[in-house]
Design a protein around this ligand. Structure first.
Ligand SMILES: NC(=O)C1=CN([C@@H]2O[C@H](COP(=O)(O)OP(=O)(O)OC[C@H]3O[C@@H](n4cnc5c(N)ncnc54)[C@H](OP(=O)(O)O)[C@@H]3O)[C@@H](O)[C@H]2O)C=CC1
Ligand SMILES: O=C(O)C1=N[C@H](C(=O)O)C[C@H](O)C1
Length: 252
């Protein structure tokens, strides 16, 4: 039986993963957060890593470096679901993979969003730059990062469909009082709403003169992310070093 250690175990996602793991046949080594042990005997990430086959991290970007070190030291795979990651965090992940870690990073572990990303890439590839791309997301009032990691994942898929990088096409500064300016052709815009208990809604709008295509996904609860994360853990345990994505797990 694959034994999972949960980093960020006292959070909304950590608790959801602890609930679904046994349903999917996984064992639990324990869970920690920044205060120490949440359940089980292990009080920090290195101790938890040493007792696990795979670690799963749904915590905060500031915790990533320590979690990568703990996984590397214990030679166990790591699944990272934390969002709000900046370029320096992605460099840390790449560096850890080069140093021998099997690490999977995904801003959204649900099957539906990963299918949506595929559809967005294909749609963007077939439409010219006269089709404006806007990504709208809504999440619960507690979410701190914006745009969501999923919105950025979907924007990356759209940019890939246009044979471009997200860095070249993304525009985050249009919504901001006093930032009045016309839309630049070919760019990807983002809008973030926060309120209530919304688990995660995403809509990618392709708009040209007189017609629109809207491709979207609505998460009705966190179990969809938790089940995907546990499936990723089961798939990652014992994998060779390297950086992986949910598409590898789901065969997309
Ligand atoms: N990839 C995906 O599919 C999904 C990703 N997410 C992402 O997962 C992350 C967690 O979400 P959620 O569970 O809602 O958040 P919560 O705020 O509910 O939980 C965060 C958890 O991480 C812990 N934590 C925070 N900072 C640190 C730190 N520096 N070191 C160790 N532990 C820390 C918290 O501990 P404490 O309570 O002690 O502060 C808490 O246990 C977010 O980035 C979110 O966007 C969410 C859903 C799906
Ligand atoms: O914080 C959340 O809740 C979620 N975060 C992820 C994101 O930033 O995209 C995934 C999901 O939408 C829920």
């Amino acid at each position: 039986m694959t034994v999972i250690g949960i980093l960020g175990a006292n959070g909304r996602m950590g608790r959801a993963i602890a609930t679904v793991a046994p349903e999917l046949g996984a064992g639990l080594a324990g869970g920690v957060d920044q205060e120490g042990a949440v359940f089980g005997p292990h009080g920090d990430a290195p101790a938890l890593a040493a007792a696990s086959d795979v670690l799963v991290d749904f915590s905060a970007p500031s915790a990533l470096a320590g979690h990568l070190d703990a996984a590397l030291a214990a030679k166990v795979a790591l699944v990272v679901g934390t969002t709000g990651l900046q370029p320096e965090h992605h460099r840390l992940i790449d560096d850890a993979a080069a140093r021998g870690l099997a690490v999977l990073q995904s801003a959204n572990t649900s099957l539906g969003v990963n299918i949506l990303a595929h559809l967005v890439r294909e749609t963007a590839a077939r439409l010219g730059s006269d089709w404006d791309i806007e990504i709208v997301e809504m999440h619960h009032r507690h979410k701190v990062d914006a745009p969501s990691g999923t919105a950025l994942l979907l924007g990356t898929a759209a940019a890939q469909g246009r044979n471009a990088t997200p860095e070249a096409l993304n525009r985050f500064d249009r919504i901001g009082h006093g930032n009045d300016r016309p839309r630049e052709e070919g760019t990807i815009g983002y809008a973030s709403l926060r309120g209530g208990s919304v688990a995660g809604d995403h809509m990618v709008v392709f708009a040209t003169d007189n017609e629109r295509i809207e491709l979207g996904h609505r998460a009705e609860n966190r179990a969809i992310f938790a089940r995907g994360a546990v499936k990723a853990c089961l798939w990652m345990a014992g994998r060779p070093a390297g950086r992986y994505a949910m598409g590898d797990v789901l065969g997309l």
